[in-house]
Design a binder for this molecule. Structure first.
Ligand SMILES: [Zn+2]
Length: 326
């Protein structure tokens, strides 16, 4: 299916929430054996995996098998599953996902920082989790208990071992407010979704602050979910100025993620007792648009394979694999 068909497909099927395979094209991403989608969410049956009472919608099932069916034909064979907001601190669906993925999966969990024990986190490490997530973005989690910088210090102290990192999802002003703490962090920091700059430009003061953070050797960026960055809630093309700025600032610390299954837009979130449709985003088109925007195959291979290898410890036996940690 060519790009114009893909465009029509997405426009006409907007907000149907149909994530079935027939609505996705193939990007012909040949040549990236071992490519990694560094940001996905897996949603299980609500009977087995209850969702938070405070959730702003009920998330529909989004099984790993379906994702693999979409991603593997594109050359994606590794995944980083990230704890979604509606599971709160219950990581059981994430752990089941990692059990199925085995060596091809890593996980980023959410925990109660004040109560978590090192025994629990060491157990998580054995099961493929290598990061903890701070979420200051999702409505269902309510108002954060502390400023981002304080949360970051608390979470960092709990990380059990080398090779773990802290992942932050927060709007750019919050990231900027924690810049000093991020800069002096002794553990790797991974920032979600281009830093969620909203309308801020890369040349703005906040934008420059974010780029300065990216220049630090322990700060990483997920080039993911363009529809959370630009005005179009179904956008599949990266925000080009930000993309170029991040790749210039740190080509060795940018990774790509789909954000599958693309959680619903705000105005579809109508309360805990109602399910809301996922955004109808064509997985192949999302990847293809990213590769087109990057242009340089060698750079794309760094972002899709080599950088995830280093950050998440995939492919330690490959020529460019360095094992866990940075
Ligand atoms: Zn997400």
């Amino acid at each position: 299916m060519d790009k114009s068909d893909g465009t029509r497909l997405c426009e006409t099927r907007a907000f149907t929430g149909d994530i079935s395979k027939e609505n996705h094209t193939v990007s012909n991403n040949a040549g990236f054996a071992g490519a990694c989608d560094c940001h996905v969410h897996i949603v299980g049956p609500s009977g087995r995996f209850p969702q938070l009472a405070t959730r702003s919608y009920t998330a529909e099932i989004a099984p790993l098998d379906l994702l693999r069916g979409l991603a593997e034909p594109q050359g994606i064979t590794r995944w980083v599953a990230v704890q979604p907001s509606f599971y709160g601190m219950d990581n059981s669906c994430l752990l089941e996902t990692l059990r199925t993925l085995g060596p091809n999966g890593r996980g980023v969990a959410a925990v109660d920082v004040e109560a978590v024990t090192s025994a629990l986190l060491n157990g998580y490490a054995e099961r493929g989790i290598c990061g903890l997530r701070i979420n200051l973005y999702s409505k269902s989690l309510g108002k954060p208990s502390r400023p981002l910088g304080d949360l970051l210090e608390m979470v960092s102290e709990k990380l059990p071992a080398a090779g773990w990192h802290v992942e932050i999802i927060a709007a750019l002003p919050k990231i900027v407010s924690a810049a000093a703490t991020i800069l002096k962090s002794k553990v790797p920091i991974v920032i979600d979704h281009y830093g969620l700059p909203d309308h801020a430009k890369s040349a703005s003061r906040a934008g420059q602050c974010l780029l300065d953070l990216l220049a630090a050797p322990h700060v990483w960026m997920k080039l993911s979910a363009p529809y959370r960055v630009v005005g179009d809630p179904l956008a599949t093309s990266p925000p080009n100025k930000w993309l170029c700025a991040f790749l210039q600032a740190s080509p060795d610390r940018c990774v790509w993620g789909s954000d599958w299954p693309h959680t619903p837009v705000d105005n579809e979130q109508k309360g805990a007792d109602q399910s809301a449709p996922y955004r109808m985003i064509d997985y192949g088109r999302l990847l293809r648009d990213f590769l087109v925007a990057i242009g340089d195959p060698a750079l794309a291979e760094r972002v899709l394979r080599e950088n995830p290898n280093r950050l998440y410890g995939f492919g330690a036996n490959e020529p460019n694999g360095k094992g866990c940690g940075v």
